[in-house]
Ligand binder design. Structure first.
Ligand code: SAM
Length: 234
């Protein structure tokens, strides 16, 4: 038995690479994007009433992690990347049907698109459905999860000479809170937990069209050492 689904929209996101995307929504409130709706859901009727809602659930496809063979157990980065648990005990991207879900903030409703923040989705992610967040039903103060009891600890983020100014200039050009985005995402410490990098080893990713590089001068601190518009632009 199989069913087919089709996207109702495609997410245009600040995250152009998987590396350094926060592991859950809201860990980086400055992470912004827009959901561009596809016909027929780009019609105003489909969005009527949504302006009364502050947050929405997005159901989406982990389109860059789809696999032919289902996994029964996974090794979540959260547990150090070397301990197996059942796939249904995790929010891992490698999962049956490749379906993800995130509660994100609805910043605005415009014709054919939704403006969002606090996202944890890659650019180009196909979105299958949108549902309003319902506080009385979706917020459960007594809920517990001993595998992920609290947000990952944040680490310090420093800027090498000139980099903060360069990030501010790129933020102005983009009209986006790029400095906050970089600080919030890197504070999540994107490196796999089992890696203890040499202090001079460089890591990098892209936020919007800006390449960001950093290293770990000490295990509990990140230093941003390069900010550059992606190749092809001056
Ligand atoms: N909040 C969602 C959930 O619980 O289903 C996603 C959690 S998952 C652990 C978050 C990670 O998914 C991010 O760090 C990012 O690397 C990855 N990711 C986001 N969008 C993706 C996509 N379209 N394809 C593959 N991986 C994606």
């Amino acid at each position: 038995m199989s069913y087919s689904v089709s996207p109702i929209g495609i997410l245009r996101s600040c995250f152009r690479e998987k590396f350094a995307i926060p592991r859950q929504p809201h860990l980086a409130p400055a992470a912004r994007g827009e959901l561009v709706l596809l016909p027929p859901f780009d019609q105003p009727q489909a969005l009527e009433g949504l302006e009364q809602v502050s947050h929405v659930w997005l159901l989406f496809l982990f389109h860059q992690a789809l696999e032919a063979e289902p996994r029964l157990r996974v090794r979540p980065p959260r547990l150090g990347g070397n301990r197996y648990v059942g796939v249904f005990a995790t929010r891992a991207t490698h999962r049956p049907n490749g379906i993800g879900q995130s509660v994100v903030k609805l910043e605005g409703v415009e014709p054919g698109r939704l403006l969002l923040s606090g996202i944890d989705l890659l650019d180009g992610t196909p979105v299958l459905d949108i549902k309003p967040y319902v506080p009385y039903a979706d917020s459960l103060p007594d809920a517990r999860n001993a595998l992920a009891p609290e947000p990952p600890p944040a680490i310090g983020v420093q800027w090498a000479d000139g980099c903060l100014q360069q990030a501010r200039e790129q933020a102005l050009r983009l009209g986006q809170p790029l400095v906050e985005l970089i600080e919030q995402c890197l504070a999540q410490d994107p490196r796999p937990a089992y890696q203890q990098p040499a202090p001079d080893r460089r890591y990098g990713t892209r936020f919007w069209d800006v390449e960001v590089r950093w290293h770990y001068p000490s295990p509990h601190c990140i230093r941003v050492v390069e900010i550059a518009r992606e190749a092809g632009h001056s």
